[in-house]
Design a protein around this ligand. Sequence first.
Ligand code: 13P
Length: 247
Amino acid sequence: MRSSLIAGNWKMNGSLQSVIDLVEGIKAGDPGNAELAVCPPAVFLMKVGGMLAETGISLGAQNVCDREAGAFTGEISAAMLKECGCSYAIVGHSERRALYLESDQLVAARFSMALSAGIIPILCVGETLDEREQGVTETVVTRQIDAVLDLCGIEGIARAVIAYEPVWAIGTGKVATPGQAQAVHAFIRAKLEQLDSGVAQQVQILYGGSMNPSNAAELLSQPDIDGGLIGGAALKADDFLAIAQSA
Ligand code: 13P
């Protein structure tokens, strides 16, 4: 039985004070049985990590460098994230792929670095609206996962979380129907099943894309949806906790 993970991707939002308020709000609430993780902007990781000590809420980064150390201005290494207390790092978010031109291979290298520092990568995959309309959703998701399999193998996926985030549903208020999301989640699990059925059954596959307190319960009740990667709704403690309670 897979446990539920509800992770908040705060993206580039907030201020030191609003981040403190948000963490206090989340700590004061009841998440039910779901595991919680929050991924604040990198400059707030140390602060949030300190506030989360002994709460059971995990800390995650929004990205991680594909190199170990050195002249990589603006990047943050997996070892540094580990020192800040990160258990998770998002890799391959569609905003990174689209706006900062991160390739499948670069995402795989970032994934690999997270693993080698003992950080659980949250690998984001998903198709654009154009790709969905062309009927190539499965091809796109396969290509994105294969890049990671090529570099890290199924053993790598065994130590990771996958997040299916259809690009057309991110920040748009347009949510995938539970059926649409479940179909892609089941496809991903079946693909992993061909390599290792134990891993396929154990790996958590989260849904991301306009998940909110009113649509979460139905999405999270699908057999292959094991949690959520939440953007906008994770910026309000009450909404984030309400989503967790429906898991
Ligand atoms: P929204 O929940 O704002 O659509 O964002 C989803 C997302 O991108 C999480 O990584």
